[in-house]
Structures are given as C-alpha cells and as structure tokens.
Design a protein around this ligand. Structure first.
Ligand code: PRX
Length: 652
C-alpha cells in the first residue's frame, strides 16, 4: 500500500547539513518528553528584552495555550535590528524581483531597518498604536514587507489580504477585523496585467459597516485606475514620506510573547472565512526554527519562496522565518508563466537562488509546458527544493527532483496550515530520507496522531484523520473576535486533540502521507476555499434555487471546483447563465474561486431530513459511478441516475 522509492541526500549534503539523523532523533525525543525544557532552550534563538515567566501553560483539550508568557520581545527587532550588529548589516535582506523582467530592487538589512522605521512612523502619524489593526491590501511590492514589519515594530496587528480577493471578500474582512487604517496601492502588476487595488478598497469601504478613517495609497502603476479620491481619508504614501519631519528612527515596542501579532483570514468548511490569530513569541520561534532546520539555512543562501505574502506561506517563509535568521529572501511580484514558462528558472540563475520553495500546482503547470524551459537554464546554484500547499503527486515530485534539482537537491515536502503557523511535518533534508509524495516525519515538538472516525488513536501503519496531540509554540491562539469558534472548529470532533481537517496515512517507517481534506474545504491550486462560500455566492443569483460545490481531481490545480446548480422553475439554462454565475463568484470571492464545471442539476441527492449527500456528489464529479454506496436512504434516489447520465453526457 505504501510502496515507494526512497531518496537519500547526497553525502556532501549530509556532511554540510545543519542536522544529522541522530541529532534529529535525539532532539525530537526530548521535544516530546520534555517540551518545556526543549522549547525553553530553543527560545534562546530569539532576542528577548525580558525572559518569560513560564515556558508553557496549557489546557490543550480546551484550546487554551500560552507560550513564554511574561517574555518581552519585538518581531521587527528580531528580524532587523539585531542583525545590524553582525556582518549581515550590509547583506541583502530582501531581493525584490518585479513582474516585468529586469526590474529589481534590493534592500540590505540596514536599508530595510531604516525603511521599516520610517513606515512605522507613518503609521504612528495616523495615530496607530499597539493593539490596533492595520489591513494591508497590496500587490507583491516591497511596501508589503515593509508595512507588515512596521506594524510589528509598533505592536499593531496586521491583517494582510491577498490581492486577488474581490471587494466583497475585502469588505467582510474589514467588518470583522475593524482596522483603524488600510494600506493599499493605486494598482498592481501581475503577469503583465494590471490589477486594481485602490478601486477594490473603495468599493469595499462603500459597503462596509466599519468605517475606516485612513487609507494610505502606495504608488505602483502610476496611472490612476481608481476614480474616487476621498479627501481626508485617502493619503498618498509618497507625500507622507516626503515630509521632512518624518523621523527614520522608531524604537521597537516591547511586546508580550502572547500579544497578538497578526490576523490572517482563511476558509473553513462552514460560514465565512475566519480570522486566524497568531501571537508574537511562539509564532516567531516556530517560523525561525523551521526555517533554519527544514531549509538547512546557511548564511550565504539565497532563499526564494514563491508564495504571495497574502497567504501564510509568505508570512512565515518570505518574511518572518528568513529575516529572523538574517537570511536573504527573494520576493517575486509576478507569475511563473510570464513572460514565458522559463521565468522561475531565469530568476534562479540570475540571483543564484540556492533554496527554492514552491507549490505543486506551479510544478505541474510548468511540467506541462515541457522540460525545454528548464533546460534553457543552468540551475547550478540550487541545492535544496521545497513544496507546500497541497499533496504533491509522485510524478510531479520526480519531475521536480530530476529536472529542476538535477538529482542533486533533496526535496522537502512540507505539510502545515495557516493555523499551525509554521511547518509541522517535513523531511529535515540532511537527516530524513524522502519518499516522493510523503511529507515524512514530524518537526520538533509536533506529535501527530491518526485517529479513526470514533476518535480512537491508531497505532503503527494506519489510515485516518490527522490530529495533533500536544501544543506547539506557533499554533494559532484563537479566531479573531469569536473565542468559541476556535474550540468548536478544531477541538470538538476528536476530544483532546487538535483536528487538522486532513486525512493521512502512516506507513511502516512512521512516514506520514497527507491525503487531503476530509471536510468541505477545497484546495484549488494550493488556495484554500470553503465549498459553502462558493455555494452562497452561486445562490445569490436570482435564477438559482440551490447549489452544491465539491472538489474533483484536476491535472494542474490539484483540485478543481465542481458546482451542481439547480435553477428556479421556468429558468432556461444556457451558456449565458453559466457565464453570469462564473462572474458572480469572481465578484463575490475572487477569480480563484470560479468553478471549473457548472453541472445543471434538476435535483440534488438529499437525505429525508434534507441534508445534501456530498459523498455522492464527489463520486459523480470524479466520474466514479460504480461505487456510490447506499442511495436507498435518499429522499429521491432517482436524481442520482440523472446526475450520472448528465455527467457522462456533458462533463466527461
Ligand atoms: O490540506 C492541507 C494542505 O493545505 C491545507 C492548509 O492550507 P492553508 O492553511 O492555506 O496553508 C497552506 C500552506 C501552508 C492543509 O490542511 N497542505 C498544505 N501543505 C501540504 C498540504 N497537503 C499535503 N501536503 C502538503 N505538503
């Protein structure tokens, strides 16, 4: 069942690696048997203004966890100031690469420190202080990194919203986070196209209940695509930066380890996206330490994580992990296919990227373009590759390993979540052999368990629901503004455990194989979406009576969105209506949520109590008709035959 090839790192890699197999095992054992001792020692990786009173205080089963309470530190200080006393002072902290080839900017640690201090003073000028929320809606430009760090410097809580989200998604985040200030840009570039940013903010603010006093607008595109300039509310960033009395010194605020650091919205299986709240000390330690060990960090590395800072991967592995380690982090504004499918590899060569971290969906898309795009480039500086966001199929893993890594670079398949803050299960490249498709072994302090549907822990090789048994420093501390939701979402299904929402297999070697979500969360091109969100967007159309959305296997995206739509009596289904529905979803959520398939369903399979049987809908979407299970309990079993027939006729 779990047969697989094993790939060991080369002798040279092992010799230079930050950790040997024996060290991993010894440290892992200690981290589980004596978490307080272990994490107390590891926390010395960070610079503290004052040490904590207690390493860990918890009632895990009730979702109550505190790490390093009483300890005082500042994230920007750890990411910037402390490197200024080292040779890293004039080292590149961020190498920014623009969408358009040739456009780049580099910030040394010293320069970034100055920019962050200046921008922190910009925030202060608008009265922003510790605990206030700042919503950041920016394209992947340096100001995004700078403002996020500026927030941490003064103790403000940032909430970065991915630039691809629509005004309506923005509005719900604004009403939930109630930010005192928003940072945006006139517009952004992505794959040669212009993305409206300020315009989206204007629309969102028009609808939001919460009134935001200030909007700072950075300039990226230069031609003013927005139409509204709200005097008094909107401010050009350049004007504020140009004021001569703006100081470039800003003392870092002393924050408690458990003070909120950021809120990041993510989709769950029900309702609207939730604001995942991370705190200061534990989160930073998790990001810092995983970056060092999983990416085997060396001071002369050029590390490139291709994610957007609008997702947790960008938070932890473009900003906080690399910068707190004094690493050089490459930040890319564009997409893998622009101007051509060799863009990633051209950037790797040009900047001498040594460690490269991307998502399976990008690998599969580039695989389809053919190996010729890889072969045009040398890729001789690469030494380690990473994958994140969704299960990587062994075929894509092998392609990545052989063609990009030339069989020389270990691949770390890193499993984690917005909620976990940092990497949870992954090979440590010099210590753990890889098996294509497996995230392998847990990181320090992480005790994964597999439980059956009754919540019973399974031993040895097993398949079931993936849970975590002990608290870890970078875990989320709550759902912003909704304390009950944290406990109810993650700690109720399986008593005593944090439930990840993922299914997993564990093989005879203790390796974990994540099989994907077992709840109603979709993972489309590594982006997380709730079926319920897409459904509520669809039913807002006046012609739609009902909708049910499921995921199905998609060659490039990993999962595609399959929407069953029932129209109201008398409505004619046609391509025009289909187009309207796709537009509606893009408008309500964002383009990433547009269904791949709209299946007109005369009815949906429901139990007699009216519950939609998603299991059956998933099978039909997958084209798996032979094994639909018992349908006799349905209120109207005949709908299944119709759906199967239509699927074969129109959607195969
Ligand atoms: O299903 C798992 C999948 O992505 C989910 C978390 O999504 P998000 O919070 O958006 O964070 C993504 C980046 C950390 C997980 O519940 N996932 C993430 N990484 C992997 C993965 N599935 C399999 N293998 C992975 N390496």
């Amino acid at each position: 069942m779990f047969e697989s090839k094993k790939y060991a790192p080369s002798e040279e890699f092992v010799r230079n690696s930050n950790l040997t197999k024996d060290q991993y095992e010894e440290m892992y054992k200690k981290s589980i048997s004596d978490p307080e001792g272990f994490w107390g020692e590891q926390a010395e990786r960070l610079t503290w203004f004052k040490k904590w009173d207690k390493v860990l205080e918890h009632d895990f089963a009730n979702a109550k966890v505190e790490w390093f309470k009483g300890g005082k530190l500042n994230v920007a200080y750890n990411c910037l100031d402390r490197h200024l006393q080292t040779p890293a002072k004039n080292k590149a902290a961020i190498i920014w690469v623009g969408d358009k080839p040739g456009e780049t900017r580099t910030y040394t640690y010293q320069q970034l420190h100055r920019e962050v201090s200046l921008h922190a003073n910009v925030l202060k000028r608008f009265g922003i202080k510790r605990g206030d929320r700042v919503l950041i809606y920016l394209p992947m430009i340096p100001e995004l990194a700078i403002f996020a760090l500026a927030c941490t410097r003064i103790g403000a809580v940032h909430s970065v919203v991915f630039g691809g989200f629509s005004p309506e998604s923005l509005q719900s985040r604004i009403d939930d986070a109630k930010p005192s200030l928003i940072v945006t840009s006139d517009a952004g570039f992505r794959g040669g196209r212009i993305i409206d940013m300020k315009k989206n903010i204007d629309e969102a603010l028009q609808r939001s209940e919460h009134k935001v006093q200030h909007v700072i607008v950075a300039e990226r595109v230069g031609n003013e695509t927005y139409t509204v300039w709200n005097e008094g509310r909107d401010h050009h960033l350049r004007d504020i930066l140009n004021s001569p009395d703006l100081s470039d010194e800003c003392p870092p605020e002393e924050m408690d380890a458990e003070d909120p650091l950021f809120i990041l919205y993510t989709s769950g299986s029900t309702g609207k996206p939730k604001g995942v709240l991370h705190t200061t000390g534990g989160y930073l330690l998790g990001a810092n330490m995983t970056f060092n060990y999983v990416f085997d960090h060396k001071p002369d590395d050029t590390f490139w994580c291709t994610a957007d800072i609008g997702w947790v991967t960008g938070h932890s592995y473009i900003l906080y992990g690399p910068l707190s380690n004094g690493a050089t982090s490459l930040m890319f504004e564009g997409v893998p296919s622009y101007p051509d499918a060799g863009r990633f590899w051209q950037i790797c060569d040009k900047f001498g990227v040594t460690v490269f971290y991307t998502a399976p969906t990008a690998i599969r898309a580039l695989m389809r373009e053919g190996v010729k795009w890889v072969e045009k480039h040398r890729l001789n500086t690469l030494r380690l590759l990473g994958s994140v966001g969704e299960p990587i199929n062994p075929e894509a893993w092998e392609w990545y390993y052989h063609n990009v890594g030339k069989g020389r670079c270990p691949v770390v398949d890193t499993w984690w979540q917005t909620e976990t803050g940092s990497i949870m299960i992954s090979p440590l490249p010099g210590a753990i052999d890889a098996k294509p498709g497996s995230a392998t072994k847990p990181f320090f302090g992480i005790e994964p368990v597999i439980v059956d549907n009754d919540g019973k822990e399974l031993e040895g090789a097993a398949s079931g629901n993936l849970c975590i048994k002990q608290p870890w420093p970078s875990m989320m501390r709550g759902v912003y503004g909704d304390p009950e939701r944290f406990f109810n979402t993650y700690f109720v299904q399986f008593k005593g455990y944090y439930f990840t929402g993922d299914g997993a297999n564990r093989d005879e070697d203790g390796y974990y194989w994540i099989t994907g979500r077992v709840d109603d969360v979709l993972n489309v091109s590594g982006h997380r979406l709730g079926s319920a969100e897409v459904e509520s967007a669809l039913v807002e159309h006046q012609s739609v009576a009902e909708a049910a959305v499921v995921g199905y296997p998609h060659d490039i995206k990993g999962q595609g969105i399959y929407a069953y739509v029932t129209v109201k009596n008398g409505v004619h289904t046609n391509d025009e209506l289909k187009k309207e529905l796709l537009e509606l979803v893009a408008e309500k959520i964002g383009k990433i949520a547009r269904p791949d398939v709209i299946h007109w369903a005369p009815g949906l399979p429901k139990t007699r109590s009216g519950k939609i049987m998603r299991r059956i809908l998933r099978k039909i979407a997958e084209g798996e008709f032979s094994n639909l299970g018992d349908i006799s309990t349905l209120a109207d079993p005949s709908v299944v035959a119709t759906l199967v027939e239509d699927k074969q006729k129109y959607h195969s």
